[in-house]
Write a new protein. Structure first.
Length: 116
């Protein structure tokens, strides 16, 4: 059974850092494009960062560029999202996503709250 499990969320002050993890089971992450998305209350889910399957190239949304970094540890079958200099606008539930064999898989999400 294919599964994605996020972890690492929490409450942090503005300017702080968190590292989110997306652990996969049932498939090999590095064969597929993996994306991090987030959804704030009352807003649509939006893409944050993606990492390719071929050359490891990455994409970051303008709102997080220079602050967030996506990476992959193939040995652990895990994708990470390092988030630095967090802002209150980064508060959201963060999800990872994989498209495998024409099906989309989402994790359950992890809450990130940036507040004093």
């Amino acid at each position: 059974q294919l599964q994605l499990v996020e972890s690492g969320g929490g409450l942090v002050q503005p300017g702080g850092s968190l590292r989110l993890s997306c652990a996969a089971s049932g498939f090999t992450l590095d064969y597929y494009v993996i994306g991090w998305f987030r959804q704030a209350p009352g807003k649509e889910r939006e893409v944050v960062s993606c990492i390719s399957s071929s050359d490891g190239s990455t994409y970051h949304a303008d709102s997080v560029k220079g602050r967030f970094t996506i990476s992959r540890d193939n040995a652990k079958n895990t994708v990470y999202l390092q988030m630095n200099n967090l802002k209150p606008d980064d508060t959201a539930v963060y999800y990872c996503r994989a498209n495998v064999d024409m099906q989309t898989y989402w994790g359950q999400g992890t809450q990130v709250t940036v507040s004093e």
